[in-house]
Design a protein around this ligand. Structure first.
Ligand SMILES: [Cu+2]
Length: 485
C-alpha cells in the first residue's frame, strides 16, 4: 500500500508543464482535504418514483424506441439531489407490466437504517404490482451515489430501473462545472427494437454478459461542452450490470477526488478500474476554447472513447492544475489493534467451475448440456439458494455492534468480482495485486486470485447484504449477508 505521505515523498517536484510524456513523474498537488462538515438538520425532499414500462428512444438507440423500465416519465436517468442534512421521503410505486414482478429500491452506498435498505424479504416485503412503499432517511454522507432495484435485478436494472442520488455539501470551493457521467451498456438489439436476454448461463458462469451498446448518459460518445480551461467535477458512475472498465482521460489533466462518493486526497487519474456500481469523482481541467479531451475505457483488447469534452468560452483558469479537494468524510475509524478478523472466500461452485471449463472447451455447444444446478458461485462455500431472496440462508457471520473488523477477501477464481457491502463502507488496508492510495469503498473490485484486507466498524445494526455486483454472479449464488447485533 502506498500511503499519502510515501506518495508525496516519491513524487518528483516538477512543474506541470514537464509532466506530459514523463511516465514516471507525477504532478504534486498542494491542497489538503477540507475539514469534515458538521451535519445540521435540513429540509425534507419528497419524490415519487413509479416503476413502469416506458418505451424510450435514448440517443444511443439510434432512433429506435425500446421497452425500458424506468422510475419517471420522460427522464432517464432520474436525479435526486439533496443537501447534507436533508431528509429524503421517497414513495416507490410498482406499476411494472408483469404479474408477480415485485420490486424495491436499494440506495447504493448510503449508510442508512437497515429497514430502508431495500432488500426484499431480508429487510422489507417485496413491493408487488399495484403496491407502494415509503422510504424515509437522512443520508449521513455527502457525495455521489445511485439507486437501483434489488429484485430480479439483472432484468430490472438491465431495462433501466435506476437513478442518481447526489448529496451536496462536500465542496471546499466551487468547481467550474459539475456533471454526472453515468456509464452503462444496453443489452439491446437495434434490429428488432427489443432487449436481448439479460442472463445467460455462459455469462453467469464466467465474466458476465457484456451489452453490445455502450453509453454515457444514454448517448453514444456524446460531445459535452465545458467551460474552457475550467476545473470541472465529473461524477463518473458505472451502473452497468456487468462491465468492468478502465477509466482514463486523454488530452488534459485530471485527478480523482472521491471514490464511491467519499473524499480522498486528490491524486492523478491515470487509469482506474471501475467494476459495476463503483464511482469516482474526478476534477478535470477542461480543454481550451474549441479544443477536445476524451473519456476512455482502456480495458483490453480495445480502447473505447466513451465521451468527448469541448472547451467553450473565455478561459477560466491560467494557473497550473492543482485540484481543489473535497471535505473529508465522517467514517468511523476502525481500531486495527482490537479488530476481529474474518475471512471470506469467493469461489465458483462445482457446477460453475465445470460449466466455465466446458465453455472454454466447447463454446456454444454447452447450451445443450443438461445442468443439474444453476448455482455457480459461493461465498465461503455457501451459495445464495435462489435467484429471488425468498429463501433466506443463515448469515455468513454475526458481528458485534460497535466492534472493529478486518475482513480478508480472497478471490479464488479467474474472473473479477466487485464486492459490495451494504450499510457500511470499507477502509482499504492492503492488497496482494493492486497499489492504490488510501480510500474508502462500498464496492471493491477483486482481481482474479486477488487477496485484499479491508476494515470497518460494525456500527449499523441489522442484516446487511454482502455480494458481487456483477448481477449475473449475484443471481447465481455470490451473495450472502452478515448480521450486526
Ligand atoms: Cu462476481
Amino acid at each position: 500500500m502506498l500511503t499519502r505521505r510515501q506518495f508525496v515523498a516519491g513524487a518528483a517536484s516538477v512543474g506541470t508543464g514537464a509532466i506530459i510524456g514523463a511516465a514516471s513523474a507525477r504532478p504534486r498537488y498542494t491542497h489538503k482535504l477540507g475539514a469534515p462538515v458538521e451535519m445540521k438538520a435540513g429540509k425534507t425532499v419528497s419524490v415519487r418514483l413509479t416503476a413502469a414500462e416506458r418505451p424510450m428512444a435514448l440517443p444511443c438507440f439510434g432512433g429506435r424506441s425500446l421497452p425500458m423500465w424506468t422510475f419517471a416519465d420522460g427522464e432517464w436517468p432520474p436525479l435526486i439531489r439533496l443537501n447534507l442534512g436533508d431528509r429524503l421521503e421517497a414513495i416507490l410505486e410498482n406499476r411494472l407490466p408483469r404479474a408477480n414482478e415485485s420490486t424495491s429500491i436499494h440506495w447504493h452506498g448510503i449508510r442508512l437504517p437497515n429497514d430502508q435498505d431495500g432488500v426484499p424479504y431480508l429487510v422489507q416485503p417485496p413491493v408487488q404490482p399495484g403496491e407502494s412503499f415509503h422510504y424515509s432517511f437522512t443520508p449521513p454522507d455527502a457525495g455521489t451515489f445511485f439507486f437501483h432495484t434489488h429484485c430480479n435485478t439483472v432484468e430490472q436494472l438491465g431495462r433501466g430501473l435506476e437513478g442518481v442520488l447526489i448529496i451536496d455539501g462536500d465542496t471546499t470551493e466551487p468547481y467550474d462545472a459539475d456533471m454526472v457521467l453515468l456509464l452503462r451498456d444496453w443489452q439491446a438489439d437495434l434490429e428488432t427494437g427489443q432487449f436481448n436476454s439479460f442472463y445467460t448461463l455462459r455469462g453467469a458462469a464466467r465474466a458476465g454478459t457484456y451489452g453490445p451498446l455502450r453509453s454515457v448518459n444514454g448517448a453514444k460518445n456524446p460531445e459535452l461542452p465545458l467551460p474552457a480551461s475550467g476545473d470541472c467535477r465529473l461524477r463518473v458512475i458505472n451502473t452497468d450490470p456487468t462491465r468492468v472498465m478502465q477509466i482514463g482521460v486523454e488530452g488534459t489533466e485530471a485527478a480523482i477526488i472521491a471514490i464511491d462518493g467519499l473524499a480522498v486526497q486528490p491524486f492523478p487519474l491515470t487509469l482506474w478500474s471501475m467494476g459495476p456500481a463503483m464511482r469516482i469523482d474526478v476534477v478535470m481541467r477542461a480543454p481550451a476554447e474549441g479544443k477536445f479531451a476524451r473519456l476512455i475505457d482502456k480495458s483490453p483488447p480495445d480502447r473505447v472513447e466513451l465521451a468527448h469534452f469541448v472547451g467553450k468560452g473565455r478561459p477560466r483558469r491560467k494557473t497550473a492544475f492543482d485540484p481543489t479537494p473535497l471535505r473529508a468524510a465522517r467514517i468511523p475509524e476502525p481500531n486495527l489493534k482490537t479488530a476481529e478478523r474474518l475471512s471470506f472466500l469467493f469461489q465458483a461452485s462445482d457446477a460453475g467451475g465445470a460449466l466455465s471449463v466446458a465453455y472454454n472447451a466447447l463454446g456454444a455447444a454447452v447450451g445443450s448440456l443438461c445442468l443439474s444446478s444453476k448455482v455457480f458461485w459461493t461465498i465461503n462455500g455457501q451459495p445464495w439458494p435462489d435467484r429471488d431472496h425468498a429463501r433466506l440462508p443463515p448469515p455468513l457471520a454475526v458481528l458485534r455492534r460497535g466492534q472493529s473488523y478486518v475482513f480478508s477477501l480472497k478471490n479464488d477464481s479467474p474472473f473479477m468480482h466487485p464486492i459490495h457491502i451494504h450499510g457500511h463502507t470499507f477502509k482499504l488496508l492492503r492488497s496482494n495485486k493492486q497499489s492504490r492510495p488510501e480510500h474508502h469503498a462500498d464496492t471493491l473490485l477483486l482481481l482474479p486470485e486477488e487477496q485484499t484486507e479491508v476494515a470497518f466498524v460494525a456500527d449499523n445494526p441489522g442484516d446487511w447484504m454482502f455480494h458481487c455486483h456483477i448481477i449475473e454472479h449475484q443471481e447465481s449464488g455470490m451473495m450472502g449477508y452478515f448480521r450486526v447485533a
